[in-house]
Design a protein around this ligand. Structure first.
Ligand SMILES: Nc1ncnc2c1ncn2[C@@H]1O[C@H](COP(=O)(O)OP(=O)(O)OP(=O)(O)O)[C@@H](O)[C@H]1O
Ligand SMILES: [Mg+2]
Length: 237
């Protein structure tokens, strides 16, 4: 398979942004069969790097690398504390980032198991997570960069996805916004679920309400009627 310059940001090579330890982690993931080839960096954010990789059938996958030093680990602790799944995490930066990665993997799996449209997780190790690539020739755009033909219908689809997240996976996303929803073939795909908490967690309600406020504020700007309380009822009742 060949990749055009459009596939990757050719100013940034993978080698240029990963340290020696990261290179070792990548080698281990390859040995485990999680993927076979690094293609290039697709996006680099404050806290993570999104890398295009392929498996041994040349299928595209995403390798998400969580940065250790740049991580806002104080904020991460808020979403780890109180989660029975991660109670044993040590309070060091590295341990918290590793847990964060494992948490995004576990959350993606929970969502995948109940049929939420989200990338299927394949593997994780330390601060690296391998998951499905959303897109075809080009990467699927974020909701904020998508011209939506029928915003009301799109909002409805997102509410339905959130209902599955809440009622079937017993979770709250915690960072839902027009940045963390991709649009592929007209359907919303939910991503970036590291903040996701179980709905039994004490602050789950606060996070749910914030997600709904973000969602409604965005769709109201697109001219769609969206009332926070109504959406909350739809998701939780
Ligand atoms: N599985 C995927 N398929 C296609 N694109 C993806 C995938 N995962 C992430 N992306 C792209 O990379 C961007 C950043 O990923 P994500 O939201 O998971 O990380 P982030 O934690 O927000 O990173 P940062 O805080 O560093 O910006 C997404 O908005 C999306 O454009
Ligand atoms: Mg994001």
């Amino acid at each position: 398979m060949t990749y055009t310059r459009k596939d990757t940001d050719d100013r940034k090579t993978v080698e240029g942004i990963l340290d020696g330890l990261a290179v070792k982690t990548i080698e281990k993931l390859k040995q485990k069969g999680a993927f076979s080839e690094l293609i290039g960096v697709l996006k680099e954010g404050k806290e993570s790097v999104i890398i295009l990789v392929t498996d041994n059938n040349d299928k595209k996958l995403i390798l998400k690398v969580f940065k250790i030093t740049a991580s806002n680990f104080k904020n991460m602790q808020k979403y780890i504390k109180g989660d029975r799944r991660f109670a044993k995490t040590k309070p060091t930066k590295r341990a918290i980032v590793y847990t964060w990665c494992r948490k995004e993997y576990a959350n993606l799996l929970r969502l995948y198991d109940v049929g939420v449209s989200a990338p299927k997780p394949h593997a994780f190790l330390d601060n690296m997570l391998v998951m499905d690539y959303i897109g075809d020739e080009g990467i699927a755009p974020q909701l904020k960069d998508t011209k939506i033909e029928n915003p009301k219908e799109m909002l409805e689809k997102i509410i339905q996805q959130y209902e599955l997240i809440y009622k079937k996976a017993d979770m709250v996303h915690g960072d839902l916004s027009q940045y963390n929803i991709l649009v592929f073939e007209g359907e919303p795909i939910i991503i970036d679920v590291g903040q996701g908490v179980l709905k039994e967690q004490p602050n789950a309600d606060e996070f749910l309400l914030r997600d709904i406020k973000n969602l409604c504020a965005y769709f109201r700007k697109l001219g769609v009627e969206c009332e926070d309380e109504y959406v909350k009822k739809r998701i939780t009742d």
